[in-house]
Design a protein around this ligand. Structure first.
Ligand code: GLC
Length: 574
């Protein structure tokens, strides 16, 4: 059923290309503000720091910067607990700093994407205080519920068994209102009640949730993953609220003509469910939901067949007219290098950035940063802290949030302070931006920039897609062709050699193609710019290569020797 001949052309060439929207073609670079660049030496990244690195982001070839939340916050969930949605937290700077950053980004032609968190506020938000005191209008702003009884010591008993995403009960007692409030995340993040009658309809009886029959074997009842979240998660009413947000954005767009894009984070567990978050033509929701399916399914132990299956499934099921999205790194997910090994950083960047669709790069993935092992004492992320010293490593997201590794200097150039909010990964002495920029040899950063320039071509924008698992799942390859020219990406994910006769798998690829770029220290060695036979391409374990070809292949071939001499010459003098 999943033979490599399952579907051949997944996407036809676009005969009538319309310009893509910026969010469909440009890379969105995700900055976790606490960890990107610290300008004042307090050990926490800030807006001025980000501003000082805008040139770096522009130089990568990215088109937009997404800032994780920078609003006023007591930082119980590091900015995702917002106490004022309309101001900047002093740890990050001032409104003027924000405007100055926005101006700098605009000057560089970069868009700014703001992270908005509608599910909850901080318990220090003024709304919560008003709700605690049952002030008119605010009384039902949050989800309040009476105790289901009192124990022998007069302690209130929670309304039901619902567990927070971060572990432990999702109910917190409020002494003043003498009721429990509901929080999906930490207790300092009470869930907003969208005053939607359907929400109430969905959870009329506040019934207990049942054990999840597919729960991980080592999970315990205080873990979120232990239960089946049928009353608290992925509710139709949530999509209705999101559709209302979208309506509002579209209304603004009609009135001022400025284009807006809504991307959303929905961890829902299957593509069928995820696609509901695109909405429909008459009731649109997100322009795209982040594809956490890809991240979570393509784990270690994956192979080319797994990749092929998810790519197939995506293109078979995606509602017409939408874009795919191939998110692979994020502030809530282990880094690529730590999930798959650093050798596979280039193969994965080639895959997610060159398949058709929107793409996000989480800061540091362009240099292949790794997760950082932290001790229990160093742990600050709430789900890690909540899990305790024995189990924090199962839940903490600190390892993928450590500061950006810029150079060889103190704190890797991130901060001049004596300590940083999370430790710098000791591997910064080898792994940093400066090292990868200045090396005479290959680097992840150089490969990344090459990939991004390919994304700007018409082939990437409008070309067809043909994709297969190769050699019984040892690797994966895909070709994009537009008007006879194109590129092909071949990746070997496992250890042994893979020898590919490209024409056996893919249509319309000439017998000879140019080496456009390769994974770092590609084996067997091949020089970029040279032409090779596509009839037998050897790729050693954990390597990948991109070949380009054009209609006027023969004319190009005649130029090859000139190109090769120029390259050798440049190599010699640089
Ligand atoms: C989102 C964020 C995550 C945060 C959570 C709760 O899922 O990605 O980092 O902890 O919201 O605010």
């Amino acid at each position: 059923m999943f033979s490599s001949r399952g579907i051949s052309i997944k996407l036809p060439e676009n005969p009538n290309p319309q310009p893509l929207k910026w969010w469909q073609s440009e890379i969105i670079y995700q900055v976790y503000p606490r960890s990107f660049m610290d300008s004042d030496g307090d050990g926490v990244g800030d807006l001025k720091g980000i501003e000082s690195k805008v040139d770096y982001i522009a130089d990568l070839g990215a088109g937009a910067v997404w800032l994780s939340p920078i609003y006023e916050s007591p930082m119980k969930d590091f900015g995702y607990d917002i106490s004022n949605f309309t101001n900047i937290d002093p740890i990050f700077g001032t409104m003027d700093d924000f405007l100055s950053l926005a101006t700098k980004l605009r000057e560089k032609g970069l868009k700014l994407v703001m992270d908005f968190v509608p599910n909850h506020s901080s318990d220090l938000h003024v709304w919560f205080n008003l709700s605690v005191h049952r002030q008119e209008k605010y009384e039902d702003f949050y989800v309040w519920k009476n105790a289901s009884g009192y124990d022998s010591e007069e302690n209130p008993i929670v309304p039901n068994n619902w567990v927070s995403f971060f572990g432990g009960s999702a109910w917190e007692w409020n002494e003043i209102r003498e009721q429990f409030y509901f929080h999906q995340f930490v207790a300092g993040q009470p869930d907003l009640n969208f005053e939607n009658p359907e929400v109430l309809h969905e959870i009329p009886a506040f019934l207990d949730e049942a054990e999840d029959p597919n729960r991980p074997p080592n999970s315990i009842p205080t873990d979120y993953s232990y239960w089946s979240h049928i009353y608290t998660y992925d509710l139709p009413a949530t999509r209705d609220s999101l559709a209302d947000f979208r309506k509002l954005l579209d209304t603004y767009q009609v009135s001022d003509g400025k284009e807006r894009c809504m991307m959303i984070e929905a961890y829902v567990g299957s593509l069928d469910k995820l696609f509901l978050y695109y909405g429909t033509k008459t009731k649109p929701i997100a322009h795209f939901p982040f594809n956490f399916e890809f991240i979570t399914r393509i784990k270690s132990g994956f192979n080319g067949t797994d990749v092929e299956n998810i790519v197939n499934e995506w293109f078979e099921k995606m509602p017409e007219g939408n874009m795919a999205d191939w998110l692979l790194g994020n502030h809530d997910q282990p880094r690529i290098a730590s999930r798959f090994g650093s050798e596979l950083v280039d193969p994965f960047n080639m895959l997610i950035l060159l398949l058709p669709g929107s793409a996000v790069t989480y800061y540091g993935e362009e240099i292949g940063m790794t997760n950082t092992n932290l001790t229990w004492e160093e742990t600050v992320d709430p789900p890690g802290c909540q899990a305790g010293p024995e189990r924090y490593q199962l839940f903490s997201r600190d390892p993928e949030r450590t500061p950006m590794q810029w150079n060889f200097e103190k704190n890797s150039g991130f901060s001049t302070g004596d300590s940083t909010w999370l430790p710098i990964n000791p591997n910064y002495k080898e792994l940093n931006v400066q090292a990868q920029n200045e090396t005479n040899g290959d680097s992840h950063l150089k490969v990344y920039k090459q990939i991004l320039s390919l994304r700007k071509t018409d082939t990437w924008k409008y070309g067809s897609l043909e994709a297969y698992a190769l050699e019984n799942g040892q690797g994966f390859g895909f070709a994009r062709i537009y008007k006879g020219s194109g590129f092909i990406v071949l990746a070997n994910y496992l250890d042994g050699d893979m020898i590919i006769n490209v024409g056996e798998h893919f249509k319309d690829i000439p017998d000879s193609a140019m080496v456009y770029t390769t994974s770092v220290n590609f084996q067997p060695e091949m020089s970029v710019g040279s032409f090779i036979s596509t009839k037998s391409v050897t790729i050693r374990g954990k390597h990948s290569i991109i070949l380009t070809f054009s209609k006027s292949e023969n004319e190009k071939k005649n130029d090859t020797w000139v190109w090769t001499i120029v390259r050798q010459f440049l190599k010699f003098y640089i």
